[in-house]
Design a protein around this ligand. Structure first.
Ligand SMILES: NC(=O)c1ccc[n+]([C@@H]2O[C@H](COP(=O)([O-])OP(=O)(O)OC[C@H]3O[C@@H](n4cnc5c(N)ncnc54)[C@H](O)[C@@H]3O)[C@@H](O)[C@H]2O)c1
Length: 473
């Protein structure tokens, strides 16, 4: 099938690569000339497993990048809108890019001269957006019988986006016409029939994948609500376990043990019950706000969501208090920071709690030496002023970041941090102090390895053996 993707960001690029992998012909549109030039040079602008390979395999044949939105729409049967929907000034999503794109899509529908098209919102949008998109298209001259508007929210997670796209827990398709439903069923048929997974060259599905994935058909309004409700619920679980972790600290319990007992209940499950410095990223904070805004606009009192947000903000403050408690005063201290991305596996630093914490430490007069496996180029831009002033440096690996630091702080749950050589880290540090905001290491091991170790919701650990005093350098 001929597909257009409007917006080549995290979602758009992954969708484009994966639809090409499913043997569709994809025109991937963006209005960012720099991004298009990078894509044309063969670069992959985001850090995402399997994506470089997909772009390499299909670029120039089944996958074409272009800035010609109108032409791409005219040539396609299904058009996915994947532009950003950032937070607006009032808490709800800013849908101006979606509206702008809808106007241009209308011109493409007209240019298509009667070829029926399904315009699909894949960006996360509030309920009733499909109705607005339909109205904008009609008012911009697209004849009503030439198109339908559908909702197909995306549930991929950055870091595992390609696998999530190709092996989703479910595919939600919100449609208000059988004709649109048929087109979207055909788009996803390689997945829903299981045909893709039988291919010898298929990207291997994760062990726990539900194959083939179910396709859930709903109205457009329900699909729009499913996406925002899903993200709000996941954020709620994170805040819930963070509140439980705080209670564990107050009572001397251990959140790891509590999580194990809690998550073993099949009704609850283990996922998204990891305490830390709070959720972040470009989705949870904005989608929670957006959902709250939708509820308020429709007269529903959803104060539970305010509490989720409050606990999340408080979690960073708790972490900063732990750092102060571990180090007494901060001005002049040199702090090694491991992790800047909003979570492990991605280079995305949007709404990253790690960036926020690093910023606060700098503002309090500490200096920071940071390391992140993928997010440093983006973080460098954010901290350009502080870097120029010599307040923040970026290290080439975790050991270099630790060299001569007064403490090491873990701010992102990169898997590779768990495999670090703790003896080498301890030797590099000026003082063997670690404050782990992501519970990457077991406290008992940290005591064995000679660290003063604090984490989230678990008892603090101290070196089991007397410390060797380091000579001042
Ligand atoms: N990032 C995620 O993990 C994720 C997951 C699920 C859903 N979503 C949702 O998907 C949407 C996109 O998110 P993203 O992270 O991919 O955003 P992004 O900012 O990475 O990408 C958006 C892209 O759209 C392009 N764009 C903007 N206006 C355009 C226009 N008029 N014409 C052509 N291109 C245009 C931008 O240049 C950019 O490349 C958002 O609504 C987000 O909430 C994101």
């Amino acid at each position: 099938m001929k597909i257009a993707i409007i917006g080549s960001g995290y979602v758009g690029l992954v969708a484009a690569g994966c639809f090409a992998e499913l043997e569709h012909d994809v025109l991937c549109v963006d209005n960012d000339a720099t991004k298009l030039a990078a894509l044309a040079r063969g670069e992959c602008p985001i850090h995402e497993e399997f994506l470089p390979e997909l772009l390499k395999d299909y670029r120039g044949n089944r996958l074409v990048f272009t800035d010609d939105l109108c032409g791409a729409v005219a040539a396609s049967e299904v058009v996915f809108i994947t532009v950003g929907t950032p937070p607006g000034p009032e808490g709800g999503a800013d849908l101006s890019s979606v509206e702008q794109v809808a106007r241009e899509i209308a011109r493409g529908v007209v240019l298509g001269n009667g070829g029926y098209k399904v315009i699909v919102e894949k960006s996360t949008v509030p309920v009733f957006t499909a109705g607005w998109v339909r109205r904008v298209l009609t008012m911009s001259g697209a004849p009503r019988r030439w198109f339908d508007v559908a909702s197909n929210p995306e549930f991929l997670r950055e870091g595992t986006a390609v696998c999530d796209f190709l092996c989703p827990d479910r595919i939600v398709v919100g449609v208000n016409s059988e004709r649109a439903a048929e087109k979207l069923r055909a788009v996803y048929a390689p997945l829903t029939t299981g045909a893709y997974y039988r291919r010898a060259d298929a990207i291997p599905p994760p062990d726990n994948a539900r194959i083939p994935p179910p396709l859930i058909e709903t109205s457009t309004r329900s699909a729009e609500l499913i996406k925002q409700a899903s993200n709000a619920y996941l954020a709620l679980r994170v805040s819930f376990i963070n509140a439980v972790a705080n209670l564990c600290e107050a009572t001397g319990a251990d959140v790891d043990q509590v999580r194990e007992g809690l998550g073993a209940d099949a009704r609850i499950g283990r996922r998204f019950l990891r305490p830390g410095i709070g959720y972040g990223g470009s989705c949870f904070p904005k989608d929670l706000d957006g959902f709250r805004d939708v509820a308020a606009q429709h007269g529903c009192d959803f104060r539970l969501l305010d509490e989720v947000k409050r606990i999340n903000a408080e979690q960073r403050e708790r972490f900063l208090r732990k750092v102060r408690e571990a180090l007494w005063t901060l001005p002049g201290k040199r702090l090694a920071v491991l992790g800047l991305a909003f979570k492990g596996g991605t280079d995305d630093v949007r709404e990253s709690p790690a960036i926020a914490v690093a910023g606060r430490l700098l503002a309090e007069g500490a200096s920071v030496v940071a390391y992140d496996p993928a997010a440093m180029p983006r973080a460098r831009k954010i901290f350009a002023k502080e870097a120029a002033a010599g307040q923040i440096e970026f290290a080439e690996d975790a050991y270099a970041a630790a060299e001569g630091a007064d403490a090491l702080l873990v701010l992102t749950d990169w898997e590779e941090f768990a495999a670090l050589d703790l003896g080498r880290l301890r030797e590099a540090l000026r003082c063997p102090v670690m404050v782990d905001g992501r519970n990457v290491f077991p406290p008992a091991r940290m005591a064995e390895e000679g660290f003063f170790y604090t984490s989230m919701g678990r008892p603090a650990a101290e070196p089991r053996r007397a410390l060797k005093v380091k000579k001042a350098s």
